[in-house]
Design a protein around this ligand. Structure first.
Ligand SMILES: [Zn+2]
Ligand SMILES: [Zn+2]
Length: 154
């Protein structure tokens, strides 16, 4: 199964596309629109065999896009997949708000968000540190300094 060009374009801009469409046991390849069970990486996964790119390269291009389906994570960690999906939705800004937030370094102050920082790349509302070895940028995007350079000091 594969997404059409219109859905694929929307999906590329939306890291939460799977959650918004209730896809618990699939993950979409942002490069070709293939709907895959389980996972996109690592060698010899879909990304490598079909597109010749690494998970890191993929993550850098499609910020915040999923590599594993919710079901895959749920099975391995003993969580409930729909619950995992729901929590993911609650932790991210909807795309319209995210677009606003990207243009506004003081978005948190303006919206009385005092205990979180919004990741301008994927829209996650992050409570833990953004930077550093275990920070959000490192673990989710593999790029420590991109955020500062691109979006001002947030
Ligand atoms: Zn693909
Ligand atoms: Zn992020």
């Amino acid at each position: 199964m594969r997404l059409g060009p219109k859905d694929l374009a929307a999906c590329r801009k939306n890291p939460l596309w799977e959650a918004h469409h209730g896809l618990v046991d699939r993950v979409v390849c942002r490069k070709c629109g293939a709907l895959l069970r389980i996972c996109l990486g690592n060698k010899p996964g879909h990304l490598w065999t079909q597109h010749g790119i690494s998970v890191e390269g993929y993550k850098a291009k499609y910020a915040g896009a999923r590599i594993f389906s919710y079901q895959y994570i749920a099975d391995r960690c003993g969580y409930d997949a729909p619950e995992l999906m729901k929590r993911d939705l609650e932790r991210h800004l909807p795309s319209r708000q995210l677009a606003e937030c990207r243009k506004d370094p003081a978005w948190e102050a303006r919206n009385s968000v005092i205990d979180r920082v919004v990741c301008r790349k994927c829209g996650a509302m992050v409570r833990s540190p953004m930077h550093g070895k275990n920070g959000h940028l490192w673990s989710r995007h593999d790029k420590l300094s991109t955020q500062i350079r691109k979006y001002g000091d947030v």
